[in-house]
Design a protein around this ligand. Structure first.
Ligand code: 3H9
Length: 691
């Protein structure tokens, strides 16, 4: 029988089964909440019913509150009312979980009296990733089941646990057979009835809380251990305070406290920024002109050319996803070194307990080394990651053209170069695409996918799908020097370099970026990447500070220094040597030295980046402002809670951004001449979000 459009009610013996089906992820929208409440009411009023099963159809149990409802007027019943009804039901309620019980979804399950899950299910409270805390009792109920220490970890990390782990912690009571959830849950419900089991309420449990009362430092220690990870974010501290409240306040007061802190976070700009990124990442997968049903080519075997840092990391990304990969390098030495580094990386991961020891061999087992490109003839995808020089890339592609099978995808990992020119070295430019991974490639989430003017639609669609298979976020960009990410980086670089010549120190510039929320400053990042990346000793002519530092053998962290000095443990200190180079160079250029404040550094760097982003949008190199945000948040360390450069600009207000750019142009340089797109949007009363 229908409860409403998304819920059905059936009775099987003494058990009422309330089934929710609201694709794609059964988010707890008003209709879903009404469906649960309606089904429960029917079960309570039905004398033949002695227990109720709450189960979902489709790919998952409830994946959380419906984020699209945030900011809209609340519709009854709100989630907490539904939870109260479930928890106070006079007949046992059993939640049957498959897929992902996340956020409000898990919080609903925590108000059921019992929980059963299939082994493949995952349970978690990922609200922190949206700049929120679990606002439907999660911070009060979870610690009562799993204890304070585990709850702190689970809720501040947002990471889900497997059903097996959940069973171990008591978060689920029973594991069902895979694919047999409904039947097993019915059997379990009948057992609950037959054994007359009590109406267990998580809220009433105190045993796990008592354990923590003997450890007064638990919260202070946790804060200290995670200070670096939580830096700048508001949600983790609010979560910790709520969990502290479980020890300090009675349950209902703890719940009220949680609701207050949830509302504060929900109304704040950090959560707005993080929710923006959540939807922006998903939006990035949708591409105009490439319909969702575009054929996807099978990627069963991959070749990677170049066993250096990038090639090795790319090969690991595929091995991690279970896709066999052949790593090729022309030098045997380089190949063995590359393979050794990969094994070393896996072993270190296993030692840290982040991977099973037996998986090291399994991953290495699907990774083959070769010194011959001929061995790539049966690969579905070949990615070139050799030296960043056009002549070399073209040579590799011309050779590949004669080796690769006709339907193979030929990809380049170039960070700057022209995809069309690289493709022109082959007889099949339509099969050529840019797959720009970020270092370390097996960890960084971003994959810039660069379409050439001829790249075929199915090759683009396959590459976008591939990003997801690798656990990455794919962003499709146009073919321009530096694409999206590095072109904006170049705008930042230009300002940072100019600022140090005018009198700001590299440390001062870096401090401003670090304080804004970047994990490291600009010059720190340059030193880490290596100042010699892309530097050519023969062509070096002392024409920039960077060239001079390179000529002095200062290539960054891996040497004695770059913009900073480093000791043998790579500890960083300001460098008098680099500072002298900067000052001498500025004097030679006739640039006067002056005091530069933090506000000027911040404005010049951030507004230059926003302006470059606007130009990329105007030129069609980026198709959406939100794509630029995804690139900078997932690939370049722009703080997630600031939402990316374009979101940040919208938050300042585009008219203010325009004014600021004009005044920066007047005061410093024409590099700040506002992009025509900004002028246009302001005149139309729009923001980047409408571009
Ligand atoms: C919360 O619960 C607060 C409470 O504590 C307190 C409340 C008082 N709402 O990711 P996918 C959409 S906060 C609305 O591509 P997958 C998504 O936009 C919430 N929509 O699929 C996409 O739409 P489209 C806590 C949502 O299989 C489509 O579903 N929960 C929501 O790769 C498919 O998504 C979370 O943070 C939502 N909650 O991954 C979980 N979730 O097709 C967030 C998804 O138009 N969700 N959509 O692009 C996820 O982590 C993943 O979506 C999930 C599926 C793992 C579930």
């Amino acid at each position: 029988m229908k409860v409403n459009d998304v819920a059905t009610y059936e009775v099987e013996g003494a058990v009422a089964v309330v089934t929710l089906n609201s694709p794609p992820v059964n988010a707890l929208s008003a209709a879903v909440r009404q469906g649960i409440a309606g089904g429960l009411k029917m079960a309570l009023e039905d004398d033949a019913v002695r227990a109720m099963l709450l189960i979902c159809e489709g790919r998952t149990f409830f994946a959380g509150a419906d984020i699209t409802e945030f900011g809209k007027p609340p519709v009854e019943p709100v989630l907490r009312d539904v939870q109260l009804m479930l928890e106070n039901a006079t007949k046992p309620v059993i939640a049957a979980i498959h897929g992902t019980a996340l956020g409000g979804g898990l919080e609903i399950a925590l108000t059921a009296h019992y929980r059963i899950a299939v082994p493949s299910a995952k349970c978690g409270l990922p609200e922190v990733n949206l700049g929120l805390l679990p606002g439907a009792g999660g911070t009060q109920r979870l610690p009562r089941i799993v204890g304070i220490a585990k709850a702190l970890d689970l809720i501040t990390s947002g990471k889900p646990v497997s059903a097996k782990a959940a069973k171990k912690m008591g978060l689920v009571d029973e594991l069902a057979t895979e694919g047999n959830l409904r039947a097993d849950a019915l059997t379990f419900a009948n057992r609950v009835i037959d054994e007359n089991r009590p109406l267990l309420k998580v809220r009433d449990r105190t045993d796990k809380l008592s354990e923590a009362r003997g450890k007064p430092d638990i919260f202070a220690d946790f804060r200290k251990a995670h200070a670096r990870k939580f830096r700048g974010y508001k949600a983790p501290e609010s979560i910790i305070r709520c969990i502290e409240a479980t020890l300090e306040k009675p349950f209902d007061e703890g719940l009220a406290f949680e609701a207050t802190l949830f509302r504060e976070l929900q109304a704040g700009s950090q959560s707005a920024a993080q929710r923006h990124i959540f939807f922006a990442e998903r939006q990035a997968a949708k591409i105009d002109g490439i319909p969702a049903d575009t054929p996807i080519l099978p990627i069963r075997k991959v070749g990677v050319i170049g066993a250096g840092t990038m090639g090795g990391g790319i090969a690991m990304s595929f091995a991690n996803a279970g896709i066999p990969v052949t790593l090729v390098d022309s030098s045997e030495d380089a190949l063995f070194r590359g393979l050794r580094v990969i094994r070393g990386n896996y072993e270190a991961t296993a030692r840290k307990g982040r991977m099973k020891a037996e998986d090291v061999d399994a991953r290495m087992g699907i990774l083959t080394g070769s010194v011959s490109m001929e061995d790539l003839s049966d690969c579905d995808l070949i990615i070139e990651a050799v030296f960043e020089l056009m002549e070399i890339k073209k040579e590799v592609f011309a050779k590949l053209d004669g080796i690769a099978k006709p339907d193979a995808i030929l990809a380049t990992n170039t960070s700057y170069l022209d995809i069309d020119e690289i493709g022109s070295a082959t007889s099949r430019p339509a099969s050529v695409i840019g797959l720009h991974f970020f270092s370390p490639a097996h960890i960084m989430k971003l994959l810039e996918i660069v379409r050439g003017k001829n790249t075929r639609a199915d090759i683009i669609a396959t590459s976008m799908k591939l990003a997801k298979t690798l656990g990455k976020v794919g962003v499709l960009v146009g073919n321009a020097y530096g694409f999206v990410g590095n072109r904006i980086l170049a705008a930042r670089d230009a300002q940072a370099n100019r600022l140090i010549l005018e009198g700001a120190t590299p440390e001062a510039v870096d401090k401003v970026l670090y304080d804004f929320g970047f994990p490291m400053g600009h010059f720190q990042m340059r030193d880490l990447a290596g100042l010699d990346v892309g530097w050519n000793r023969e062509k070096s002519s002392s024409s920039t500070v960077r060239e001079i530092l390179n000529e002095m053998g200062r290539h960054g962290q891996k040497t004695v220094g770059g913009f900073y000095d480093y000791d043998e443990n790579r500890n960083r200190t300001p460098s008098p040597v680099a500072q002298k180079v900067i000052e001498d160079f500025a004097a030679k250029q006739g640039i006067a030295h002056r005091e530069i404040g933090e506000a000027e550094i911040r404005d010049r760097i951030l507004y230059a980046m926003v302006n470059e982003g606007a130009k990329l949008l105007d030129e069609g190199i980026a198709s959406r402002a939100s794509d630029i945000d995804v690139v900078w948040v997932t690939g370049y360390g722009w703080p997630q809670y600031e939402g990316g450069p374009m979101f940040w600009a919208d938050l300042q207000g585009l008219p203010q951004v325009l004014e600021k750019l004009k005044s920066l142009q007047d005061e410093y340089s024409d590099a700040f001449a506002p992009s025509p797109l900004i002028e246009r949007l302001v005149s139309e009363g729009k923001g980047f979000r409408d571009a």
